[in-house]
Structures are given as structure tokens and as C-alpha cells.
Design a protein. Structure first.
Length: 90
């Protein structure tokens, strides 16, 4: 599969940045000179909540296993040909 172009990635980043800016309320330009008492850490998401289901992955990447097998067969045959040529020419 072909990679996305850098231009497409830049457009995606720009859209994401706009979406984030629109979600966050605008802060006033001048803030009081007080120190924050406690910084809040972002909420942690459990790994189970982030991990996609195995069935989703198998349906999404069903083409990968045949491709890996094909690549392995081709690589193995090239290595065998190189070994045979090393004995013939060497």
C-alpha cells in the first residue's frame, strides 16, 4: 500500500488542531499573577479500553498473512538461488 503524502498528513494535523482549538474555551489574555495550587494530570485510560477487539483486527488486516507468506517464499527462494550461485561461481 502506498503511504500518505506529507501534504495529506499536514492537512490532517491542521484539521485536528482546529478541532482541538474549537473544543477548548478561549482564555482571557491577562491572567492573575497567582500560582496554581495543584496541577491536574490528564485522566488515564486503561489499556483494555484502548485495545481494539481481536475480531476487528482480523477483519481489518486479513490481507497481511497471505502477503507475509508470499514474501517469505520469495525471500527463501532468492537465498537458495544465491547459495547455489555461490557454489557454482565460487
Amino acid at each position: 500500500m502506498a503511504k500518505k503524502s506529507r501534504r495529506a498528513k499536514a492537512k490532517q494535523r491542521a484539521r485536528m488542531a482546529k478541532a482541538v482549538e474549537q473544543r477548548q474555551p478561549q482564555q482571557p489574555t491577562q491572567q492573575p499573577m497567582s500560582m496554581p495550587t495543584k496541577l491536574q494530570s490528564p485522566a488515564r485510560v486503561s489499556p483494555k479500553a484502548q485495545a481494539p477487539k481481536a475480531q476487528d483486527l482480523t477483519s481489518r488486516y486479513q490481507y497481511v498473512l497471505p502477503d507475509v507468506k508470499r514474501i517469505g517464499i520469495i525471500a527463501g527462494s532468492i537465498i537458495v538461488v544465491l547459495i547455489i550461485l555461490s557454489f557454482i561461481l565460487g
